[in-house]
Design a protein around this ligand. Structure first.
Ligand code: ATP
Length: 365
């Protein structure tokens, strides 16, 4: 069991006052573990940067507290916290060489020049820019500048590195490369990274755990697979990937199985673990790639009947939209075009949709 490095306990943060007050964070609690790549993911304005800035000490909480290894942090100014930040803008000193950019902060901390230089070279090695120590930042590409900013932030060996959308200024190809690079740096240094992004793919690709945020709240915290496969909230399922939302009623049949009854459509059996133990009216989330289509004649407790409303060939897959019944949203179904087969069903054709019992997740709200 990993140790907790940073904790937020019932943290709220408001800006402004009176009628103009903005509640950026509302009673947020989270434990971030040692040596993990932890990502705060959410749309613009959900409060991710505010939470990061509270951890860094650039803002004070309105209520609640931030702890570092169990100790309250509020009286410690940012520069005294064993926490460093990498900003989107890199914030390198333009007139200093790359090496000096890295040694500057170390010398400010009282480390002598010789040791600081040795540490800077070690860091340049780590970010694979050992040859570039004598250049100034303007002689480096955007990606290289980003690596120097990382080298500088990692040099004092902080316990926690905060990263606020550090890749958003890079083009797509470089961004993908830096994703791999960041993950490598985190693993090699063993430092806890707290990363902020609004990019779902980036979060899924890099993180050990993700906190999905909306309007000042953390809705769900989990490993990427967990967040994607077992979303707890409609917002989470919708924000990460594509999902179908079916409304219906859960009932428990005589043999102990749980089923979802979709008004005017039919019933399907749900796996026990996909339900939250709720009976009655619910909404379930179902990923389109977990569904498959069969001929109308195929029937079973894992099937609903429908009609193909439309079908689009999209290379690796064929995307179907299925009409289940009046008042129900069209169901998205993704079928892989394996071996050149591009789907067997035509628009207007009656089909049966197979919903594996563990594919539907009952949502909290
Ligand atoms: P983005 O991805 O756009 O950076 P975010 O999720 O990081 O968004 P925050 O920057 O934390 O969101 O902002 C959360 C809310 O708090 C927003 O409504 C924002 O306008 C507000 N806010 C943030 N900082 C301040 C401030 N200094 N003064 C007033 N309101 C602020």
């Amino acid at each position: 069991m990993s140790e907790v490095v940073v904790s937020a306990r019932s943290v709220s943060k408001s800006f402004g006052n009176g009628a103009g007050v903005v509640k950026a964070l509302d009673d947020v609690s989270v434990d971030i573990l040692q040596n993990e790549f932890f990502t705060m993911l959410g749309p613009s304005g959900c409060g991710k940067t505010t939470l990061l800035r509270l951890i860094g000490g650039f803002e004070q909480a309105t209520a609640g507290e931030i702890l570092l290894e169990g100790e309250a942090l509020q009286d410690l100014p940012p520069y005294k916290r064993p926490i460093n930040t990498v900003f989107q803008s890199y914030a390198l000193f333009p007139h200093l060489t790359v090496r000096q950019n890295i040694t500057f902060g170390l010398e400010m901390k009282g480390i002598d020049r010789k040791k600081a230089n040795a540490r800077a070279d070690e860091m340049l090695e780590l970010v694979q820019l050992a040859q570039y120590g004598d250049r100034v930042p303007s002689q480096l590409s955007g990606g290289q500048q980003q690596r120097i900013a990382l080298a500088r932030a990692l040099a004092p060996a902080p316990k926690v590195l905060l990263l606020d959308e550090p890749l958003s200024a890079l083009d797509l190809k470089l961004r993908k490369e830096m994703q791999v690079e960041l993950k490598r740096l985190q693993t090699e240094t063993g430092i806890t990274f707290v990363f902020v992004t609004h990019d779902q793919e980036e979060a899924l690709a890099m993180s050990d755990r993700i906190a999905v945020m909306q309007a000042g709240h953390i809705l769900q915290i989990g490993a990427p697979e967990e967040i994607y496969e077992r979303p707890t909230h409609r917002f989470v399922a919708d924000f990460i990937g594509e999902s179908n939302f079916l409304s219906g009623e859960i009932f428990s049949s005589a043999d102990g199985a749980w089923s979802l009854r979709v008004e005017g459509v039919g019933e399907v059996v749900l796996a026990q673990e996909s339900s939250t133990g709720k009976l009655g009216k619910v909404t379930v989330s179902i990923r389109p790639e977990r569904l498959s289509l069969g001929h109308e004649s195929e029937q079973g407790t894992d099937r609903l009947k429908g009609v193909v409303a439309n079908k689009v060939y999209i290379g690796t897959d064929t995307a179907y939209r299925i009409h289940l019944g009046d008042g129900q949203p069209l169901l998205s179904v993704r079928v892989q075009n394996a071996n050149g087969v591009t789907g067997h069903f035509s628009e207007g054709e009656s089909v049966s949709v197979c919903i594996p019992s563990d594919a539907a997740r009952v949502l909290v709200d």
